[in-house]
Design a protein around this ligand. Structure first.
Ligand SMILES: [Ca+2]
Ligand SMILES: [Ca+2]
Ligand SMILES: [Ca+2]
Ligand SMILES: [Ca+2]
Length: 260
């Protein structure tokens, strides 16, 4: 692969939506024309209905969810939610309840979870207001034997695994001091089982939730994975201060040596 090819792959990996079940962003939302838009965690494309216009869903820091529709080359707001009790800190468009329809799943800074349908934007479900404290990081993936995805998030310093369809907490960590702001799920040690990686340096087995490694140092603010030495095992690539990249061999439990 050329140097440019590797860079493109890196950018793609770092910029991919968390679960990727929604439509792709329109072509013109590239880095060149729209800045970092398609890397934002609170902005996602919505699948158009039939041949209908493109739509976007965006959650803002005032706790409102907006849906925009493309009209004559620009976007216009066609729906806005009620106040969702807390700044919206993450969202995804995913079939969260395994009924073969996509939902909008919203996480707020103050521990609220909300599901919306993508036709009329009705609220399908919300968790109780005081169930969780501050949610600092989240992702949605199927990490066990049941077909529905799990919501994997850090709330009030704990790692929580939450069943997406039946809406109950499957597991929570004993540790309650995580300062996690990014969560990644991938097989990063080559044993064919996924790990849950917290960017503040913790690696859990995704299925059994055992702590596999506590790194003495953070993995950066954002994380991506790519096998860059063709050994069949993903390397973890962490971004620090919004720019600097460091590469970790999680299977060897250390930063990768890249000296020439
Ligand atoms: Ca669904
Ligand atoms: Ca599952
Ligand atoms: Ca693994
Ligand atoms: Ca590798």
């Amino acid at each position: 692969m050329t140097k440019t090819g590797i860079l493109c792959s890196l950018c793609l990996l770092l910029a991919l939506p968390l679960s990727g079940s929604g439509d792709e962003f329109p072509e013109r939302f590239s880095r060149d024309t729209a800045g970092a838009l398609n890397e934002f965690g609170c902005l996602r494309p919505l699948p158009p209905s039939g041949d209908g216009p493109k739509r976007l869903v965006m959650g803002d820091s005032n706790g409102l969810l907006h849906v925009y529709e493309e009209r004559d080359g620009a976007f216009e707001e066609i729906w806005v939610s009620d106040y969702l009790e807390g700044a919206i800190s993450g969202l995804d468009v995913v079939d969260v309840n395994d009924d073969e329809l996509l939902e909008i799943v919203v996480f707020t800074d103050r521990g609220r979870l909300h599901y919306f349908d993508i036709q009329e934007y009705n609220t399908l479900w919300s968790n109780p207001p005081t169930e969780y404290g501050k949610i600092t990081a989240q992702t949605i993936r199927n990490i066990d034997d049941d077909p529905q995805p799990e919501l994997i998030f850090c709330a009030a310093g704990r790692l929580i695994i939450f069943d997406g369809r039946d809406q109950f907490e499957e597991w929570r960590s004993d540790e309650e001091n995580f300062a996690t702001t990014d969560i990644l799920v991938a097989d990063i040690d080559g044993d064919d089982e996924d790990e849950i990686v917290l960017n503040d340096g913790y690696v859990f087995d995704a299925r059994f939730h055992t702590l596999e490694w506590q790194s003495p140092e953070s993995f950066g603010e954002r994380m991506g994975v790519l096998d860059i030495d063709d050994d069949g095992i993903m390397e973890l690539i962490g971004e620090f201060n919004g720019r600097f990249l460091r590469i970790f061999d999680i299977d060897l439990r250390r930063e990768k040596s890249l000296k020439p």
